[in-house]
Design a protein around this ligand. Structure first.
Ligand SMILES: NC(=O)c1ccc[n+]([C@@H]2O[C@H](COP(=O)([O-])OP(=O)(O)OC[C@H]3O[C@@H](n4cnc5c(N)ncnc54)[C@H](OP(=O)(O)O)[C@@H]3O)[C@@H](O)[C@H]2O)c1
Length: 205
């Protein structure tokens, strides 16, 4: 069982722009962080659409979908993604949403369920591991959530899709509570015009 975290990030370290709201889910100016994914054939397939670009980026996103058996995310990522993902969200796996606000589980089309977990990151991870079978658990975001799992040393592999843009402001992944010094081992680099895909493993001590 591998616990992954997989995020798109600007060259200057932002995973979203400033002023994130439900109407502005990626924040100001952050289209380059997300838009390259939405044109890919593998993403479009998962959104029930045809067409799109069949390229190395698309293969990497398909690899993530195929490898992931359960997802953990924060309530802000859930809230800002919910409308965009629609009735048939692309995950097609159980999703565990960290929150302090209890809610009943939502069952969507295509195999995605959203279970709201109010008793912390370890509980969400254990539930996700139990649901994932022999596939990975992915800590999908946002920054607050991924930072907590990194800080607790619960992530085995980190993949960053570094998009070629300097945003200058926004939501940083690597700062704030939970940010700690860690060594990583580079296990793959794939460069495309859309992103430099960097995959790292955290060596086990
Ligand atoms: N670039 C990328 O690849 C990527 C990926 C994912 C998301 N994003 C972006 O990231 C942004 C959201 O990130 P974020 O850092 O603001 O928030 P987040 O991590 O998505 O969610 C934070 C919220 O999750 C809940 N939470 C977190 N830890 C908890 C814990 N231990 N126990 C209980 N509840 C917990 C709390 O919600 P309650 O208030 O309900 O308690 C908290 O306010 C969005 O703009 C999204 O577009 C980017």
């Amino acid at each position: 069982m591998t616990v992954t975290a997989d995020l798109a990030i600007t060259l200057d370290g932002y995973v979203a722009g400033p002023n994130v709201t439900l109407d502005n889910p990626g924040g100001d100016g952050a289209e380059p962080v997300f838009e390259w994914i939405h044109t890919l054939a593998s993403w479009r397939e998962r959104q029930g659409m045809t067409g799109g670009d069949e390229n190395r980026d698309s293969e990497l996103i398909r690899e993530w979908f195929d490898a992931t058996g359960a997802v953990v995310m924060g309530r802000t990522m859930y809230d800002t993604g919910e409308e965009f993902w629609g009735d048939n969200p692309p995950f097609r796996t159980p999703v565990f949403v960290l929150t302090h606000r209890p809610r009943p589980t939502l069952v969507k089309e295509g195999g995605t369920t959203f279970t709201f977990v109010t008793d912390g990151i370890h509980s969400a991870l254990e539930q996700a591991k139990a649901a994932a079978g022999d596939r990975n658990v992915d800590i999908a975001g946002g920054a607050d959530t991924v930072r907590q799992y990194l800080g607790a040393d619960l992530v085995d592999e980190l993949q960053l899709h570094v998009v070629p843009v300097l945003l200058g402001d926004g939501l940083r992944l690597f700062e704030g509570p939970g940010a700690v010094r860690r060594d990583l081992e580079l296990i793959r680099v794939v460069g495309t015009p859309s992103a430099t895909h960097l995959k790292y493993r955290f060596p086990r001590r």
